[in-house]
Ligand binder design. Structure first.
Ligand SMILES: NC(=O)c1ccc[n+]([C@@H]2O[C@H](COP(=O)([O-])OP(=O)(O)OC[C@H]3O[C@@H](n4cnc5c(N)ncnc54)[C@H](OP(=O)(O)O)[C@@H]3O)[C@@H](O)[C@H]2O)c1
Length: 249
């Protein structure tokens, strides 16, 4: 029996990296998958790669108008959701001295305010027994230099998982988080660092990971599947760390 047979799953930011790997896995487990993203080239590439396994929609996870439009569109099409994986996220690194204030606003918009608004507008479309999964980050409890905007947005998201879990429990909906350590994805090309800086940063991180390597997107997708499926039926408000031992060894 497939783990998501007959279920409908929305994955925000499902066009590349962890979201795309999760879309592939959820579809393979029988789900009807809907993914969102903003970059036209990535949207097109995801459409080609996922084919009939998923519907790929242009929708900005940090825009209230887009989130409301998505919810209204689902309502008009009588789509109700069993699973939502809040995966869309942005990361720009730089010291507090150097980072532009606009980066803080954009990071909080996409990584925290968007999911907060989406809970508000999409929760009525979630079925009893449904699962919400947030993609947080080990940065939500680290003081890594350069991570101030990103880390704080993910700590806020971790907090939201707890509050949303208690508010949605009466409706029979679980809310949990998966917290990845360093995972090899296109994210590292978007940090606002030069290639050399990213290389140095990555080598420094690998030295701290007990398993001695970056993780793969599919390794996070499997944890997201566990939280999205009935396998985690007695879990809510929790966070699973997938970091090769970075933060606890
Ligand atoms: N890679 C890691 O080491 C790591 C570690 C911990 C946590 N995470 C988290 O994992 C999640 C996925 O990241 P990733 O590593 O897979 O990076 P990624 O390949 O850059 O994926 C980010 C995804 O989010 C989408 N996205 C970004 N801004 C969006 C917006 N405003 N609206 C809708 N979609 C948006 C991107 O699509 P478009 O570009 O088309 O918008 C893309 O599909 C993020 O939340 C990230 O913080 C990653």
């Amino acid at each position: 029996m497939k783990k998501l047979e007959g279920k409908t799953a929305l994955i925000t930011g499902g066009t590349t990296g962890i979201g795309l790997a999760t879309a592939r896995l959820f579809a393979a487990e029988g789900a009807k998958v809907i993914v969102t993203g903003t970059n036209p080239a990535s949207l097109e590439a995801a459409r080609k790669e996922l084919g009939s396994a998923a519907e790929v929609i242009a929708s900005n996870a940090g825009s209230r108008a887009d989130i409301e439009k998505l919810a209204n569109d689902f309502r008009a099409r009588s789509i109700s959701l069993d699973v939502v994986f809040f995966n869309a996220g942005v990361a720009k690194f730089g010291s507090i001295a150097e980072l532009d204030e606009a980066v803080l606003d954009e990071t909080f918009n996409v990584n925290f305010k968007g999911p907060w608004l989406a809970i508000k507008f999409l929760a009525p479309l979630l079925k009893r027994g449904g699962s919400v999964v947030f993609n947080t980050s080990v940065n939500n409890r680290l003081g890594m230099p350069g991570s101030s905007a990103y880390a704080a947005s993910k700590a806020a998201l971790r907090s939201l998982a707890r509050t949303a879990a208690s508010e949605l429990a009466p409706a029979g909906i679980s809310v949990n988080a998966v917290s990845p350590g360093p995972i090899e994805t296109p994210l590292y090309g978007k940090l606002g660092m030069s290639q050399d800086q990213v290389k140095g940063f990555s080598e420094g991180l690998i030295g701290k990971i007990a398993l001695g390597r970056f993780g793969r997107s599919d390794e996070v997708a499997k944890a997201a599947l566990f939280l999205a499926s009935d396998d985690s039926s007695f879990m809510t408000g929790e966070e699973i760390v997938v970091d090769g031992g970075l933060t606890s060894l």
